[in-house]
Design a protein around this ligand. Structure first.
Ligand code: GZL
Length: 337
């Protein structure tokens, strides 16, 4: 009898390792654990926002250079060009292809419940990268990796407070302009909240204009041109641009209006990519709040941990810092994007 039991369990184990099946469950504490291990090629469907900014290019590249066949991945990469319907269709296609994991960088926070329920019904784990989703049921996604957008906005305000204090300008009236990212994207929602909170906390700070540039360089230039037309270039003291590309576009409009960016108008941006470091060194941007785009390795680690029976935290913030003209030149050589 004993011999029979041992043989049966060996056959069962052999079957399990052959199928390479790998089920995921979420523990009560919100941690996600994997029940079995496997050494299969991992098929990942990745629905990316688009190609709107330098940040996005670096983000996409970090996935493509990490999830390679040599590293044990079969990556299906879809660039949705900023269109949520294309992202949703891509997720449905990943389900039809029965991928092992779905990764999504949601262009905006809402409208995902139905398609994520379909992924759950197909027992395919969904990992969120970069931006977040507003869902009725948070168990519809396995975990999220990204920047703390509210903190980024608050960090930009904190930097401005320190800068003004150092110049003895803390009590001066300030007219502030905010060029926002794609409306409804969690990066825009969080940064705008941090900026607006800061402005409201200073009676002598006035938000005189707020327009979206959709996280694109041409969008930032157009938004700044419209704001200059509406309020007049001489009325603007500070610009918050909610990403680098819009800041660089706005600088073109500021120069065309005869003003010196970084001097006549204080400029604070978000992302802190390579080109903005060059602008800070040139004195045209004053501060860059980092939003690290290199999520590929982080998410590959998460997947490998799960594949090997480990558990992962539900919410995982990437490391971020604040840079300005005092440290840009020294730090630029160390930057990866
Ligand atoms: C932030 C990301 C934003 C960047 C922009 O995590 O969602 O989208 O700040 C990008 O550059 O377009």
């Amino acid at each position: 009898m004993k011999k029979l039991l041992v043989t049966a369990s060996i056959i069962a184990l052999a079957l399990l390792s052959f199928t390479g099946c790998n089920k995921k469950t979420e523990t009560k504490s919100g941690e996600v654990v994997s029940r079995q291990t496997s050494n299969r090629t991992i098929k990942v469907g990745y629905a990316q926002v688009g190609h709107e900014s330098a940040w996005r290019t670096a983000n996409s590249s970090s996935f493509k250079t990490t999830m390679t066949p040599a590293n044990g991945y079969d990556l299906i990469y879809i660039d949705a060009d900023g269109n949520q319907e294309v992202q949703i269709a891509a997720i449905r296609d990943f389900i039809a292809q029965n991928v092992d994991y779905i990764v999504v960088a949601p262009v905006i926070e809402t409208g995902w419940d139905e398609v994520l329920k379909e992924a759950k019904a197909a027992a395919i784990p969904v990992i969120l990268s970069d931006r977040q989703m507003k869902l009725e049921d948070d168990s519809l996604y396995l975990c999220w990796v990204g920047g703390n957008f509210l903190k980024e906005g608050r960090d930009g305000v904190k930097w401005l407070e320190g800068y003004l204090d150092g110049k003895g300008l803390s009590n001066e009236d300030l007219n502030i302009v905010d060029i926002q990212g794609t409306l409804g994207a969690s990066a825009q929602v969080g940064r705008t909240q941090g900026i607006e909170e800061g402005i409201q906390s200073h009676p002598n700070w006035n938000l005189i204009a707020q327009k979206s540039g959709d996280f694109r360089k041409d969008g930032g230039k157009k938004a700044m041109e419209e704001i200059i037309k509406e309020v007049g270039i001489n009325k603007i003291n500070v610009l918050f641009a909610e990403n680098d590309d819009m800041a660089l576009g706005a600088i073109e409009a500021i120069k065309a209006a005869g003003k010196k960016p970084g001097e006549d108008i204080i400029i604070i941006t978000f992302d802190a990519g390579h080109d903005v470091f060059l602008s800070m060194i040139a004195g045209e941007i004053n501060c860059a709040c980092e939003c690290n785009p290199l999520h590929g390795p982080r998410i590959a680690e998460i997947i490998k941990t799960l594949e090997n029976g480990g558990s992962v935290e539900k919410i995982q913030y990437v490391d971020e810092a604040v840079f300005d003209q005092s440290n840009a030149a020294a730090i630029l050589p160390t930057r990866q994007y």
